[in-house]
Design a protein around this ligand. Structure first.
Ligand code: MIC
Ligand code: SF4
Length: 647
């Protein structure tokens, strides 16, 4: 029987398991990469496992999120990461070199590989014809310690592309926004999207990467394109043609579902506040005034798209009512734009050009004013993520963004009067790896930890009975930004769990931290969620901080993949309502009692939950696989890996 691309790659990396959807599989990993905001914990966890050298062929430590350096903390983290990379054998991409996903695509990604990254947009690498998956830090640390990467085999959905994009007005961003409109932020849960069909040839490698990057917003495990002549063209232009292999699905490959998309019918699209799937066509918002525009991020930072933006801005002035920020995703792109005069066009228009980093995308500067409308070529527009609670963030292609920056309002690229140049991918990129430090041979290097860098907290093994208070009852699609916000005030504490835990659920309920601390001494807390609990960022801090505050379980209608894994990794039980209507029975302040926990876990039984005050009952299940059961019982992944690796 024919194989699809995902099956081909997984099969060549399979350590155990059977590639049937729903089965537990273990695979060998070729690369692990980290970024600083999740990476400090990852490397502390690796250190806590107790090995002195990584056991994967390639690891890269990037610095791109915590770049404001408003005090010593960010710089101390950078030094810790540099010395840890040197000690443990990873490449170190210095601050200023760019956003992890963009740089990884340029300099390390290769078709046929399996990569893990401690960031939810790691699927960017899928544009290269590789399986690239976002994970929590502890999962990454355990793979770097030599464990296979274990996950539940997802369903493979084919996205069959035909036609051609109507360039330059329509871009790859409009393709993924159209898919988000069609499938929603839950549409990809438990799935990998594999692109195929004649339309694939129309998309350059970086356009493909934009689509796979934002596949994260569909909730998908990852997305992947074939490796073909466009892949070869990009690798050649990066001086890495030797890393090319061809990868296509067999003619008779099978899929659990096929979705057809005609690229010729794609229109310019825009996501409205406050969710990336709240998508309408740009036409529908034509004329809407905009206060701020941000162009760049790991979604839309290719040289081709940035040069297109420069062509729109050339000779124009940013509208007086608008602030325009531009953050090119990598030093390579930035340097090329500087060399060819594009940066001059961008600066001359009045844009505020930022360094190559995440910047406003994660609220590290560039926050909009009160109640303002910000239009961004980024991938997430969750409420408050920009740094301004009452701002309205819209997401659209860099073309739509650049036009709005000049006109001060939303313009449909098809009926705007501004000329947009049709730009090709370059034949050669500027290759200068001077900001990437290769792994060091000298093992005597000392890891330097500033005073804000604290130990990784570890949970006690599971108790047999939970009697805990419902501290918060939440709705559907709660994001990890809701659980543990990012932004310039909070991000610097990513290496300090006691401190960062004071911000848990802060934007939803200012009293949460105090109430959790009170409940901690009386049996702990429970969180109630709706569908798709924990979507978005891979930050394991959204599990570590609740664990630190004594949260014992989260009961929800369903969970997002990475957050569910993070909860288990830190010993918090992710429970699902057997009957979703029971959600309505629970109130904040209820005391819930679950008995015989360990027996129920081991025997896969339904757990009876008693609402103590009203003496009513409802049922939940945990759906844990055999390894997850062990982790939960032992108090999480760290004690488990340490025992396996060190003994
Ligand atoms: C994001 O885009 O939300 C982040 C910030 O890159 C996160 C990682 C983090 O929280 O550090 C992600 O996407 O995983
Ligand atoms: Fe950085 Fe934004 Fe990309 Fe996250 S989504 S990696 S914050 S640019």
């Amino acid at each position: 029987m024919g194989k699809n691309i995902v099956e081909k790659i997984l099969e060549s990396h399979l350590v155990y398991g059977d590639l049937k959807p729903g089965n537990l599989i273990g695979v060998r990993v070729d690369e692990v990469y980290t970024q600083d905001a999740t990476g400090t914990m990852t490397w502390l966890e690796f250190e806590a496992i107790g090995l002195d050298r990584i056991k994967v062929p390639l690891a890269v430590s990037y610095v791109d999120h915590n770049m404001l350096q408003s005090n010593f903390m960010n710089a101390d983290d950078h030094l810790f990461l540099r010395t840890a990379a040197a000690k443990f054998g990873a490449y170190f991409s210095r601050p200023g070199n760019g956003i992890c996903h963009q740089v990884n695509l340029e300099r390390f990604a290769a078709p046929g590989m399996i990569a893990l990254g401690t960031d939810s947009h790691t699927p960017t690498g899928g544009g290269m014809g590789m399986i690239s998956i976002g994970v929590g830090g502890l999962d990454a640390a355990s793979v770097m310690a030599g464990m296979p990467f274990e996950f539940t085999m997802p369903k493979i959905v084919k996205i069959y592309l035909t036609g051609k994009l109507r360039r330059p007005h329509v871009t790859a961003m409009d393709v993924i926004l159209s898919l988000l409109k069609m499938l929603t932020v839950k549409g990809g849960v438990g799935k990998i999207f594999e692109y195929g069909g004649p339309g694939v040839k129309d998309l350059s490698l970086t356009e493909r990467a934009t689509i796979t990057n934002m596949g994260a917003e569909l909730g998908a495990t990852t997305s992947i394109f074939p490796s073909d002549e466009n892949t070869l063209k990009f690798l050649k232009a990066q001086g890495r043609q030797h890393q090319w292999i061809e990868l296509e699905a067999d003619e008779d490959a099978t899929y659990s579902e096929i979705i057809e998309i005609d690229l010729s019918n794609i229109e310019p699209m825009i996501a409205q506040p406050h969710s990336p799937d709240n998508v309408v066509s740009v036409k529908e918002l034509k004329g809407m005034k905009i206060d701020q525009v941000c162009i760049g991020s790991c979604t839309n930072s290719s040289y081709k798209i940035m040069k297109t933006v420069a062509s729109i801005l050339r000779g124009k002035t940013v509208h007086p009512d608008v602030t325009l920020f531009v953050n090119p995703g990598s030093k390579q792109v930035y340097e090329m734009l500087a060399k060819d005069g594009s940066i001059e066009d961008i600066i001359s228009s009045g844009a505020r050009v930022l360094e190559s980093a995440c910047g406003p995308c994660i609220g590290m500067g560039g926050a909009p004013g009160s109640g303002q409308k910000s239009l961004r070529s980024y991938n997430r527009n969750f409420k408050g993520r920009s740094g301004t609670k009452d701002a309205f963030v819209y997401l659209a292609s860099p073309v739509v963004c650049a036009l709005a920056a000049i006109e001060g309002k939303i313009v449909d690229p098809f009926d705007g009067s501004i000329k947009i140049d049709l730009i090709d991918e370059p034949e050669t990129f500027l290759i200068n790896d001077n900001m990437i430090i290769p792994p060091q041979k000298d093992r005597e290097i000392k890891i330097i930890k500033g005073p804000n860098i604290k130990e990784v907290p570890i949970k006690e093994p599971l108790e047999t009975k939970i009697t805990a208070e419902v501290l918060l009852k939440l709705g559907d699609n709660i994001t990890t930004d809701d659980i543990l916000p990012a932004g310039s005030q909070v991000l610097p504490y990513r290496s300090n769990i006691p401190m960062i835990s004071t911000f848990t659920f802060k934007n939803i309920d200012e009293t949460f931290y105090e109430r959790a601390i009170n409940a901690k001494n009386k049996g702990g807390g429970i969180i109630i969620g709706g569908e798709n609990y924990g979507q978005g960022s891979s930050r394991e801090h959204a599990a570590m901080a609740p664990m630190f505050l004594g949260i014992k379980a989260v009961i929800a209608k369903s969970f997002a993949r990475i957050h569910r894994a993070n909860l288990i990794n830190f010993g918090i039980l992710p429970l699902i309502f057997v009957n979703p209507d029971d959600y309505d029975k629970i109130q904040q302040g209820d005391i819930l009692e679950i008995v015989d926990l360990i027996d129920s876990i081991k025997s896969d039984q339904v757990y009876r939950v008693r609402v103590v005050q009203r003496d009513i009952y409802f049922d939940v299940i945990s759906n844990l696989n055999s390894k997850e059961k062990e982790l939960i019982v032992q108090g999480g992944l760290l004690p488990y890996v340490r025992k396996k690796v060190i003994g």
